[in-house]
Design a binder for this molecule. Structure first.
Ligand SMILES: [Zn+2]
Length: 348
């Protein structure tokens, strides 16, 4: 967990990921000297290790949402958890485990496997900026793409927003999620969704990697789930040595739409998607949802999306938020209250 705790200490807000980039390049130079690293004009890092006809490929994002990260920030490790803390300010602070756990998984796998590709994206949290601009030819010789960028410990994300399929049924079967306790779920827009949107031709997934309360100062990780995620990824890399092609025909109705959807049709479509997201994740902030859907519907303006979100929140009695992503609502749907009490006890 030493490397993970080092990553947690690096403050890496969206648009200012320089320190994180520097650390990754330094770490690779010292620990995986044979890896070839390239950074593009946007700040995305591409890594290739070994020579192969095709590669397993991992991706993670470099940025974090939290706005507070004191100079004396510490990542405190207890038997089961890691959380961030400032002694001077006597408060818990977010780790940026979303997505530093993903960064950690990438680095561990680059070290372990002789042939592996990895990609580190800038500014996922403000609309998948890095994955929206990266060089897609990097993925031409990839077998599949795995991202570890999901809260909880057991979600295997195979569709985004309920309509963009990320991977083939054959790939889901091949990775044997049941061995590691993972179950299929639908997720929100993230880098692998953006890559599919841009025409990625192989299967992709997004995995839970053991962080909770992302984007808040109460963020923490459950160590056993972080470790289980890494074991699952290593299992996939070891056992899935084929190429797993996948192209989704259905997703084109959105951003690249057929162009003949009316405003009403798009409104209805957006309503259904956002309702599904909110019922599954009532603590999503309006900004997070807007980030996920911005630009997806030709004829909907941001005001339309805001109206949809507000209406769904009203109908379902979901508390509105202050849109900073920092507001801490009670842990009603996840039963996480108990776990947080553990953390509070550890702080005291
Ligand atoms: Zn993330």
């Amino acid at each position: 967990m030493k490397l993970l705790k080092e990553l947690f200490k690096i403050y890496s807000p969206s648009g200012n990921e320089k320190k994180m980039r520097k650390f990754i390049r330094w770490w690779l130079k010292n620990n995986v000297p044979e890896a070839i690293t390239k950074t593009d004009d946007f700040g995305n890092i591409y890594v290739v290790k070994g020579e192969a006809e095709n590669y397993p490929c991992l991706c993670a994002h470099l940025d974090q949402v939290q706005r507070t990260h004191s100079k004396d920030f510490e990542a405190i490790e207890t038997k089961d958890y890691i959380f961030g803390f400032s002694r001077k300010n006597k408060r818990q602070e977010g780790l940026g485990a979303d997505d530093k756990v993903g960064v950690w998984v990438n680095l561990k796998c680059l070290k372990k496997f002789d042939q592996c590709k990895a990609m580190f994206f800038v500014s996922e949290e403000v609309g998948c900026v890095g994955s929206g601009k990266c060089d897609m030819t990097f993925f031409d010789d990839c077998r599949f793409v795995i991202q570890c960028d999901r809260r909880n410990g057991d979600d295997l994300i195979t569709t985004i927003g309920g309509w963009t399929n990320l991977c083939s049924p054959g790939f889901i079967k091949a990775i044997q999620p049941e061995l590691f306790g993972y179950k299929e779920e639908s997720g929100l827009i993230t880098d692998v969704g953006e890559l599919k949107e841009r025409g990625l031709k192989v299967s992709a997934i997004n995995l839970s990697c053991g962080y909770y309360e992302p984007h808040t100062d109460r963020e923490f990780v459950i160590k056993s789930e972080v470790v289980n995620c890494l074991a699952f990824v290593e299992h996939i890399i070891t056992t899935c040595t084929d190429v797993y092609p996948h192209e989704d025909d259905d997703y084109y109705f959105g951003r690249h739409g057929w162009g003949d959807d009316t405003w009403e049709e798009e409104y209805e479509e957006a309503y259904q998607c956002i309702e599904c997201d909110l019922l599954n994740h009532p603590r999503l902030t309006t900004e997070q949802i807007l980030n996920a859907y911005r630009g997806y519907f030709f004829s909907l303006k941001e005001a339309d999306l805001r109206q949809i979100i507000e209406e769904i929140k009203n109908i379902n009695f979901i508390d509105d938020d202050d849109d900073t992503g920092m507001r801490l609502l009670p842990n009603h749907e996840t039963g996480m209250g108990e776990k947080n009490e553990g953390i509070e006890a550890a702080i005291l």
